[in-house]
Write a protein that binds this ligand. Structure first.
Ligand code: ADP
Ligand code: MG
Length: 265
């Protein structure tokens, strides 16, 4: 069985579209026939809520995954999307950032845990919190690639050099294969010149690492989350759903994955 692609959704800024991208990219990959696991590593648990896992169903999740060697596949929950499973953020995850400091191999907790549970998944997405602390570090150490959402807003690129430096450091110290799988421009507004300027800036700095697909600002995307569903399930005809499906398709190409739909598997 091939090892899964493990993609960390990272950017230490909050509100840039990490969680939204995690949910909808996961659904887009599942729609391509891949078996996808989303690990919610943000104590806020927005990815869990956004995929219909409410607080009541979050007794054991990513905190147990990180801290309990015996916890395993039982932490994985099905979602209403065929092919898409989740390990939710449990309430104790908020303390993990501090507790992990005292743990053996503290940078490797997630990588070790994923090795125990990953059988059968083609892609694992890890939704990171808005910081570059130990949780995000664990995601980067476990990951094969990083997906960086950039919001088309003022100061979009501010702080990105810090993220890039962190990725470089993780690559040197812990994870030689780590690469930037894609930078995705989110909340793009065609009517606003600023979006165009941010896109130009990003392409100027990062070249081909910036994905061709632009994610538009689309109210259906955020409405879908409050209904606990990806945009594709909530309103498949919306521009947001189409854009995230296109992003998933582009990533499949970039990663050299073969669409399971295409080969009829
Ligand atoms: P992060 O995980 O980086 O903190 P989120 O994915 O939670 O960011 O997005 C922040 C807010 O913006 C959420 O309320 C989300 O619903 C909304 N949002 C994200 N992307 C879009 C979009 N393309 N169009 C409209 N709203 C969006
Ligand atoms: Mg988030």
């Amino acid at each position: 069985m091939r090892a899964p692609h493990i993609l960390a959704l990272a950017n230490q800024k909050g509100g840039v579209g990490k969680t939204t991208t995690a949910i909808n990219l996961a659904a887009g990959l599942a729609a391509q026939g891949f078996s996808v696991l989303l690990i919610d590593l943000d104590p806020q648990g927005n990815a869990s809520t956004g995929l219909g896992v409410g607080y009541d169903s979050r007794r054991l999740g990513s905190y147990a995954l990180l801290t309990d060697d015996t916890a395993s596949a039982s932490l994985i929950q099905a979602t209403e999307i065929p092919g898409l499973s989740i390990i939710a953020a449990d309430t104790e995850l908020a303390g993990a950032e501090l507790e992990l400091v005292a743990q053996d191999r503290r940078e490797f907790c997630l990588r070790d845990a994923i090795a125990r549970i990953s059988g059968g998944f083609d892609v694992i997405l890890v939704d990171c919190p808005p910081s570059l602390g130990l949780l995000t570090l664990n995601a980067l150490v476990a990951a094969t690639g990083v997906v960086v959402p950039l919001q088309c807003e003022f100061f979009a690129l501010e702080g990105i050099s810090q993220l890039v430096r962190t990725v470089d450091r993780v690559r040197r110290a812990f994870n030689g294969g780590l690469h930037v799988a894609g930078i995705v421009l989110t909340m793009y507004d065609r009517r606003n010149n600023l979006s165009e300027l941010v896109a130009e800036d990003a392409r100027g700095f990062f070249g081909a690492q910036v994905m061709d697909t632009l994610i538009p600002r689309n109210i259906r995307i955020s409405e879908a989350q409050s209904h606990g569903r990806p945009a594709m399930a909530y309103d498949p005809k919306s521009s947001g759903a189409a854009a995230y499906q296109a992003m998933a398709d582009e990533l499949v190409t970039r990663l050299g994955l073969t669409s399971k739909k295409a080969i009829g598997a």
